[in-house]
Design a binder for this molecule. Structure first.
Ligand code: 3PG
Length: 305
C-alpha cells in the first residue's frame, strides 16, 4: 500500500489534515502523520517506508533522504524549498515539488499587518504614523509581492518594486512602479517588504550598504527568510541610526540582541506567515493532489529538481 507521510513540526490546521486524508484515502493510499516532533530520529523512522512525503519548513536533509527506502516524491507544501536537499533527492531520483502561490495571501496579509503594527509603535498608545501616502518597496514581485502591492494600494500607499524576473510593463499594468536596482528601492521607500527566496545569491545580501540607504524612519518587513539578512550589519545599522525599524516573521540568530531595540524591532515568536486555516487548506490539499497525480499519472508539474 502506498504510504504518504505528512511530517510537520508546525502542524497544519485540523481541517487541512482532514482534507489531505480524504484525498490520500480516496486514491487508495494510506496517510501517516508525524506532527510536532522534537526528535529528528522520529522523522528518520517515519520516513523509512514512506512512498511520498509532505513537509512545510521541515528540513529534508541528506540523512532524511538516506533513511527513506521507498520515497518517490517530496512536496513542500508552500513556496520556499530551501529546506530540501535537492542534490540528495535528485541522486536517488526522488521528485521534489512545491505548491507556489497557495499560501501567498496569508503571508501578504501578515506583511500588511506588520506595517500597521510598526507604524503604530507596536500597538502602543503613543503617537504613531499612517501608511496612507507612504512609499512601499517590494523586493521581488512574485505571488506574495503582487498581493502585498494590491492590498497596499487599497490603503493608499505608493508601491514600487524591484524584480529582475518581472517586466516593467507587467508591474506598471498593476499600478506598481518598477525601479531599476535594489539600491534605488531602499533609497526611495519608507517601507521595504522582502519577498526574495533564500539561495546562494541572496543569503546575507541585505547588508550594511543597503540598509543604510533607507530614508529617515525607514522600516524593513521580512516575511521571507532570516538568511537573506546580514544580521550583524542590521545590528550595526540599528545602533548607528535611531530611526530605522525592522519587523520579521522569522527570528534572527541574534534576536535577543535585536530585541533590545523594541519597539523599533519586532519578531513573531514562531514563523506564522502561512499559518492560517485557508493557507493550510490551499497548500496542504494542493500537495496531496500533486502526490496523487504524480503517483497515478506521472504528472511532474511544479517539480523543482
Ligand atoms: C513558504 O515558503 O511557503 C512560507 O515560508 C511558509 O512556510 P511554513 O509552511 O513553514 O509556514
Amino acid at each position: 500500500m502506498t504510504k504518504v507521510l505528512v511530517a510537520t513540526d508546525k502542524p497544519f490546521a485540523k481541517v487541512a489534515v482532514d482534507g489531505i486524508r480524504e484525498i490520500i484515502e480516496d486514491a487508495g493510499f494510506t496517510l501517516s502523520l508525524l506532527e510536532k516532533y522534537t526528535d529528528v530520529n522520529d522523522f528518520y523512522n517515519a520516513v523509512k517506508d514512506a512512498d511520498a512525503l509532505i513537509v512545510r519548513s521541515d528540513k529534508v536533509t541528506k540523512q532524511v533522504v538516506d533513511n527513506a527506502e521507498k520515497l518517490k516524491i517530496v512536496v513542500r507544501a508552500g513556496a520556499g524549498y530551501d529546506n530540501l536537499d535537492l542534490d540528495a533527492l535528485s541522486q536517488k531520483n526522488i521528485v521534489a515539488m512545491n505548491t507556489p502561490g497557495q499560501n501567498s495571501n496569508a503571508v501578504a496579509e501578515l506583511a500588511i499587518g506588520m506595517m500597521i503594527f510598526m507604524a503604530r509603535s507596536a500597538f502602543n498608545p503613543q503617537t504613531g504614523t499612517e501608511l496612507l501616502g507612504k512609499r512601499l518597496g517590494l523586493q521581488a514581485y512574485g505571488h506574495v509581492g503582487a498581493l502585498v502591492a494590491q492590498k497596499a494600494k487599497a490603503l493608499g500607499m505608493e508601491v514600487y518594486a524591484f524584480d529582475p524576473f518581472v517586466s516593467k510593463e507587467d508591474m506598471e499594468k498593476q499600478g506598481v512602479k518598477a525601479v531599476s536596482s535594489v539600491e534605488e528601492l531602499y533609497k526611495t521607500c519608507n517601507y521595504v517588504s522582502i519577498h526574495i527566496p533564500a539561495n546562494e545569491k541572496t543569503k546575507k545580501s541585505i547588508n550594511y550598504n543597503l540598509i543604510s540607504l533607507l530614508p529617515k524612519g525607514g522600516c524593513i518587513i521580512n516575511t521571507a527568510r532570516k538568511e537573506v539578512i546580514n544580521e550583524e550589519d542590521l545590528l550595526k545599522c540599528l545602533k548607528e541610526r535611531e530611526d530605522i525599524k525592522y519587523c520579521s516573521d522569522i527570528a534572527a540568530d541574534n534576536q535577543n540582541e535585536l530585541n533590545e531595540f523594541f519597539p523599533r524591532v519586532f519578531s513573531t515568536p514562531k514563523k506564522m506567515g502561512a499559518q492560517t486555516q485557508e493557507a493550510n487548506i490551499n497548500a496542504g490539499l494542493a500537495a496531496a493532489r500533486q502526490i496523487v497525480d504524480f503517483i497515478k499519472n506521472g504528472v511532474t508539474k511544479f517539480k523543482v529538481n
